[in-house]
Design a protein around this ligand. Sequence first.
Ligand SMILES: Cc1cc2nc3c(=O)[nH]c(=O)nc-3n(C[C@H](O)[C@H](O)[C@H](O)COP(=O)(O)OP(=O)(O)OC[C@H]3O[C@@H](n4cnc5c(N)ncnc54)[C@H](O)[C@@H]3O)c2cc1C
Length: 417
Amino acid sequence: MRVDSAHDTTLKTDLLIVGAGPAGTAAAIEAVRAGLSAVVVDKAHFPRPKCCGDGLTTSALRHLDELGFEPHGLPSWKQIDSFVLTSPNGRSRTYPLPGSAGLYAAVARRSELDTELVSLARASGALVMEGATVVNVEQSQSAVTVMVDDQARAERQTIQARFVVAADGMWSTVRKLTSTDRSNYRGDWHAFRQYFVGVDGPAADGLMVWFEEDLLPGYFWSFPLGDGAVNVGFGIVRGEGGKQIQKMKTLWPELLQRPSIRSALGPNAEPEEAHRAWPIPARLGQLPLAQGRIIFVGDAAAATDPMSGEGIGQALETGRLAVTSIIEAGIDHPTSVRDRYQTQLRRTMVADHRLAGMLSQLLGNPRVAEAVLALTGSSDWTRRNFARWLFEDYPRAAVFNPWRWKQGRPPQVGAYV
Ligand SMILES: Cc1cc2nc3c(=O)[nH]c(=O)nc-3n(C[C@H](O)[C@H](O)[C@H](O)COP(=O)(O)OP(=O)(O)OC[C@H]3O[C@@H](n4cnc5c(N)ncnc54)[C@H](O)[C@@H]3O)c2cc1C
């Protein structure tokens, strides 16, 4: 990247990445390693709070591993070897993840995870600007010119990039500035989370999920963070007009008092801070994936899984795929870049999302949810394989696409072997 002359303070770079969450940092690390210059701007200063369940699937862990991310120094890092699902009728079953080599699931506070990813992007050679908010985007045939409000220097910086990766999350400013669609998309799910400390019930060490009848196809979770801290929360489908969401605030204290949740947390559990709420965008393929010299990734592409609400693995994957599409098609061939990115996504993740969306609708019926959990919990084999499928050890829809069987075959080891 370079500034052209004393008069022209425009910063020029191959790639401008907007957003330094998992999608943006993955794109930055991948880009710099491939020899592209990369600038990352984020309106926040890190560590920044992020409303999330903090759960990492096998797919997310594999991407982190491949990016060279070192997780073991994170204070809240917790490896997960099994989890407990409680069905609508109150029956709990334990699902083991493979005991074979490697990691299949983990939990880490997003404030820590994202800060470390930003450090890794910097160490890899990307220029990361914190407190820098994108306020305008203009495209020409050969470049994208982006105006950034730089809080630290109390001035506006112009950045000219050959490509922009929009990794700016659910409310993507880049999408709003470049789209003619004014439908005011507000997400497909809505979720609450709150940290608790002093937890001394089974939730202190175990990852637990409750399929409460009134939340279906959503669920309540408690994810352990070590030292008696947990991340608890729940997510529900948004529904028409967002009426469900209005009920969430009153539902929250009531859910925390439900006997099985209360006893899992133990009598001494208390909130660390106020709860936070945030929407979950889960309609990959229905919002713009690319436009001109801009590629949308992660939550900005609505890439979150429509059944589980997991989006970190999808953010890492789409961030990396955007960059490999640019490199393989050539940075001077925007049409080929867009085609490559969109085709690749439609053949893989969009198919997975369609299946997950259908399953999610079925799980909305308590009797179906009960039957699915009874079936998946019926033997050691079903529990093990359901656990791997749920934690994205292999692509969701792989079993229904013969041509993907080879691609989707579960690897024999987890991440970080
Ligand atoms: C309550 C809840 C629980 C969840 N639990 C899980 C879970 O357990 N596991 C899981 O895998 N997923 C979970 N998800 C989903 C997951 O949090 C997201 O899918 C993931 O954070 C998406 O990453 P991203 O990099 O695309 O976007 P983000 O992490 O949202 O990052 C976007 C970044 O863009 C920056 N930005 C925004 N606008 C601008 C601008 N104008 N200029 C500059 N920067 C800007 C923001 O500051 C932010 O840092 C959960 C979501 C919610 C709401």
